[in-house]
Design a protein around this ligand. Sequence first.
Ligand code: TNX
Length: 519
Amino acid sequence: MVNFKSKYGVVFFFSLILISSCSKNPKIDLLELPLFPKPVSVISQGNSFNLNNKTKILVLGDSKELLKSANYLATIIKPSTGFDLTVESVKDEFSINCILLNNNLQDLKFGNEGYKLTILDEKILIEGNSTESVFRGIQTLLQILPNEIVASEIQDQSWYVATGKIEDYPEYSYRGAMLDVSRHFFGVEDVKKYIDLLASYKINVLHLHLSDDQGWRIEIKSWPNLTNYGGSTQVGGGEGGFYTQEQYKDIVSYAADRFITIIPEIDMPGHTNAALASYPELNCDNKAPELYTGTKVGFSTLCTRKEITYKFIDDVVREISEMTPGPYIHIGGDESHVTAIEDYIPFINRVQDIVHSYDKKVIGWDEIAHADLKKSTVVQFWAREENAKKGIAQDAKVIMSPSTKVYLDMKYDSLTKIGLSWAAFIELDSAYLWTPDKFVKGINKENILGVESPLWTETITTLKDIEYMAFPRIIGHAEIGWTPTALRNWDDYKTRLKKHTERLKIKGVNFYDSKLLSE
Ligand code: TNX
C-alpha cells in the first residue's frame, strides 16, 4: 500500500535538494560560529537560510506552551530585524520559509532538554521531546544568527543562518546561577535582565539568596516586620528593599517562561540578623539586635531551642512553598559559627521535616551534611570537601560550587575594582579549567546533580556590576554544566569567546574584557 504521507515527504525532500542547489544565499560554515555551550554534535552543510519578513514561526500541533516559546522567539528577533513574523499552529511539517517547532519528537536520546536543530536552505526545524528542549534549541538558533540579531534597534542588513544539523543534550540536569539580593537588593527588572542573559546560555536554575544578616527580601504575610523593618537597609546603609509576593511570583513566572526554575533560599540558623532584628522573640534573650549593614559573617543565630523559632520557619516555608512551583527550598545552613553543633544538627533535621511537610526538597550549603540528611536532600559544595563527602556517604547528591572556580564575587585579578578575593583570583582560564567530576577525589559523576555559580553582593551594587563579575565567566560555567568534558578545551573556548565578545558588546553587557582574550 502506498503511504501518501511518506510519498509526499520524498517528493518534498527532493524538491528541497533541487531548490537548495540553485540557492543564491551566501555560504556560511556553521562550524565557524561561536556557540555556547558547545553542542554535542554539529554538522555543517555550508549554505544558508534567509530569514525575512515572510518567514513564519510554526508550531507543530496545538501545544499552547510551545506557542508561547514561538512568540518568545518572534519577540526576541523583532527589535533588530523589524520583522513582525507570523506565529501559527500547523498540522503538518511541509511548509517552507519557516522555523518549525516540534515538541513531540519522541526520541529518548534527547531526554527532556536535548534538541535537534536542522537548518536547510528553505526552512529551519527545531525538535525535541518537550517545549523546554525546543526552547534550548531556540537559544542555539539565536546564536547562529548574525550578532546584530541582539541589537535593540532595526539593523539595515539581511539575516542568513548557516545550514547544517545540530544534535545536543546536557551533561548535567542542574545548571544554576545564584544571586545574593540580601547584601544589596536588586529590583525585579534587574533580576529579569539577569534571567534573560542566563537563558541564552541554557542555564536552568536561578537560586535567589533572599535573606541574610543585612536584609530580608521576601514578603511573608504572617510575619510582616521581616520586610517592613528587616528589609529596610543593606550593606553600606542604603535603603534596601524587598519583593512583594506578587513581585516574587512575577519573577518565578518570567523565569518559567524561559525554562529557568527559581530556588528560594532562606539562610538559617546563621545569617539571620535581619529576622532577629525584626522579631525579638526569635532571640534566646528576647532582645532584638540592631539592623546590620556591615559585611562580617557568622555572628547571628536563630534561637534553636525555642518553639517559636519552628513556628516562624513553618510559616515562612509554607508561604514561600505556595509561591514556588520548583521542587526545592534552599535552607542555607552555612557559617553558623555561633550555633553549637549539638543545636545545629537537630535544627537542620527539624527544618528538613518542615520543608518536606510542604512537599518540597531541601538544598543546603555543605555544612548541612553534619545533620541526618533525608534521601532527597542536596548538598551544595562550596568550601569543605569533607562535608560534601559526608553528604555523599548519606546518599545525597551534590551541587558543585567550588569557591575557587565559580564564585562570581571573586576578583579576576588584583586590579579588579569590585569583588572579594578570600577564595582566589579567578581569571577566565581558571574559571573554565576544571571538571565537576574530577575536582574532588570521591565526588564522582553519579554523585553530582550539577553546577552553580553564586554571586555574593557585599561589593556589588548595580546590574552593571553583576554583569561585570558574571560575564564572561558564567558562560564557561554554563558550558561546564552542559558540554561533555571530552569536547571542551581552553584554546577552542577562548577562540569562540573572542568572537562572542562582539555579541556581548552589541547586547550592551558590561563584561570583563580580559587580556586573555586579546592574546
Ligand atoms: C561565604 S559561600 C559565604 C557568604 C559570603 C561569601 C563571600 C557561603 C555559603 N557563605 O555568606 O557572602 O562567602 O564570598
